[in-house]
Every structure is written in C-alpha cells, then in structure tokens.
Design a protein around this ligand. Structure first.
Ligand SMILES: *Cc1c(COP(=O)(O)O)cnc(C)c1O
Length: 349
C-alpha cells in the first residue's frame, strides 16, 4: 500500500518555524590552511577543533554499511538522543500522545514523561506477541508515534513482521521500530523497507553488537524531511570528536563485530540448554537478542544470591508479563561458565 504521507503535518508548529543555529563549521566545512573562524585554540590538535556538526564521514561509512542514503540517517548521543528528539520535534506537550507496547524498553516512557506527553500502553499477548489490532485501536488523531521494539527488550523475542507492517501501513503517525538487537536476530528487520514506508523510523546502535556502548552512538533512519527536523533541534556538536574517531575505527572492522556476534549466539544457545536443565529455572524464553529472559521461583532471592557472589543480572519480575523473571545478558564464555556454576550451587545453599 503506497500512501501520500506528509511528515510536515506531524511536526510541531514551533519546530516548523525554527531557524536552526548555524555554527562556524556549518558555514564553512571545506579544507583550508588557516582556520580563524570558530574561536578555537590553535594548539592541542586535533582536539582543539570542533567536530563536524554534520558527521559526514561517519554518516558515509554507516550509510554504506547499511545500504541507506545519507539523507535518511541521523546520528545521536546513543539511541536515547534520537528518541528524545523525536518527542521534541513531533509531540505537543499536554496534547499529543504516543503508544508503547509493553513490557518494553523504559526510555520511551521516560522521554514521554519528561516531555509531558501522554503514553498509552498496549500489552503484548501472554506469549509476548504483537497484537496489531489492539495497537490500532489505541490510536487517535493526537497519536504522533508508536514504539515497537524488535527484538524486544526485555522479552527477547522479535515481533512478527506482518504485524509490524499492518501497523505501519494503517496509521498516519510515525512508527518507531527499535532494532538495537537486530544483529543477534535470525530475522531481517525492517530497515530495507525505509524507502517505501515514509512513516517508518528505525533505531539501531553501536552499543550492542559493535561493542561500543561507552562512546554513545545511536543511528536513526527516517524520511529525509524528518532527519532534517531532528538535525535542526539537536545540539550542534552532539557527536564529539572522540566518538567520531572510535566509531569509524570500530566500523572499520566488520569482521570483528561478526565474530563477536557469532560467539555470543553460540553462547546464548549453550546457556539456554544448560539453564533449561536446572531445577531452579522454570522457563527459558526463546531469544533473538544477546540476553535470555528466564522465569524462576523466587527471583528476588536468586538475584540476591547472585549479587552476593559478584554476579549481577537484571531483576525484571516487577514488569508486567515478566512476573518471576530475571534478564541475563550473554557474556564471555568464562563469565557464562561462572554464572552456570554459581547457579548449580543455589539449591544446596
Ligand atoms: C540497549 C538498547 C538501546 C541502546 O541505546 P543506546 O542509547 O544506543 O545505548 C536502544 N534500545 C533498546 C531497546 C535497548 O535495549
């Protein structure tokens, strides 16, 4: 289904009228021998210089790797910056609403709250699958965004692609598909659909498969008009020089990231088998990500037991549909072995 979709009709009036800040590096970005335009210190190269506010070199690299046009790419200080900017560009506080499908990543709700935007929560079904019609029923004329996380955190499963498409094709708002864990998934994701789905926003990150959570680099893929609005609202130099450098270095070694991912996937399957064989573990949910959600009898007690032995997992037992559940990240083979060994001592303790 191909519909005319006008991003502009969703953007806040004040943002449509915004005349973005223009920095020295925006006004001249070519090469020259003497730069006296930005009040920088002439010493301490290269860190004395402001970084490229348009992040062109890094964007070219990512666009190439992801087979996307540069105009479709926005880079943020983690995915979290992209999420927050979407709220600030699209949602009128006190008037508009967004929909999250829970349980899911907490930042969507936190950003909604901070921006004084109503959040409507639709639950996944009991087996963690996406009920597209329940989501569509929650939409009204003030709905600006729907957040869908696939593979989903903390339930670890991918959402059904057809259900995602039903939502994307039947709303007049932005649909944000958070693919932070897509590199660990057996599914293909929705990024390749970007050219034909004008209301689609896809989030990916260097924080997981690329092993670069410390540098804070999130990728947001969207319609070029939306990317322009986001770029006009971000801090001019939101990606610092150190992050640009390390991101380029990390992305230069695709083989390394692939090796990490395949080791983590192998470890995930090993761990799932071992955990399933244990009496303390009532259920290991299928995972398409780099973590396992497991159900146990007494999550609080098991959590404390592990903490006391220096192993930290995430207690998700207070989250809807995750009663009794702990979330365990897949670590190195050595870390995973320690976890399993420690769990074996749990019953007898
Ligand atoms: C880890 C994670 C991210 C990554 O966030 P960054 O800010 O890029 O580190 C995004 N979305 C979900 C669902 C996550 O679990």
């Amino acid at each position: 289904m191909k519909r005319r979709f006008d991003i502009k009709s969703l953007v806040r009036e004040n943002i449509l009228e915004l005349d973005p800040y223009s920095s020295a590096r925006d006004e001249f970005s070519g090469s020259a021998s003497v730069f006296l335009d930005a009040n920088e210190n002439p010493y301490n190269t290269p860190l004395n210089r402001y970084p490229d506010p348009g992040q062109l070199e890094l964007k070219r690299t990512i666009a190439g790797l992801k087979d996307q046009a540069i105009e479709n790419l926005f880079l943020g200080n983690g995915s979290d910056e992209g999420i927050d900017l979407l709220f600030r560009v699209l949602c009128d506080p006190g008037k508009d609403n967004v929909i999250t499908v829970d349980p899911t990543y907490g930042m969507y709700g936190v950003c909604a709250k901070i921006n004084d935007v109503e959040r409507r929560s639709v639950l996944l079904t009991d087996d963690f699958s996406l009920d597209a019609h329940a989501v569509l029923e929650a939409v009204d004329r003030n709905t600006k965004m729907i957040f869908l996380c696939s593979p989903n955190n903390p339930t670890a499963n991918s959402l059904d692609r057809d259900a995602l498409l039903i939502i994307i094709d039947n709303v007049n708002c932005v649909v944000v598909v958070d693919e932070a864990y897509i590199d660990f998934s057996s599914g293909q994701g929705v990024l390749s659909l970007l050219p034909e789905k004008q209301n689609l926003v896809v989030l990916q990150t260097l924080s997981k498969a690329w092993g670069l959570a410390g540098i804070r680099l999130g990728m947001l893929f969207a319609h070029p008009d939306l990317v322009r609005y986001l770029s006009g609202v971000k801090y001019p130099y939101n990606i610092n020089a150190l992050t640009l450098k390390e991101a380029l270095a990390g992305l230069g070694d695709v083989k390394q990231a692939e090796r990490w991912v395949s080791e983590i996937l192998e470890e995930r399957e090993n761990m799932a088998v071992q955990l399933k064989s244990m009496d303390v573990i009532l259920e290991v949910f299928p995972s398409d990500a780099n973590f396992l959600l497991v159900k146990v009898e007494d999550p609080g007690r098991l959590y404390e037991f592990l903490v006391n032995r220096g192993i930290i997992v995430r207690d998700r037992s207070s989250v809807p549909l995750c009663e009794g559940c702990l979330r365990i990240t897949v670590g190195s083979p050595e870390e995973n072995r320690l976890l399993i060994e420690t769990l074996r001592k749990y019953r007898s303790s």
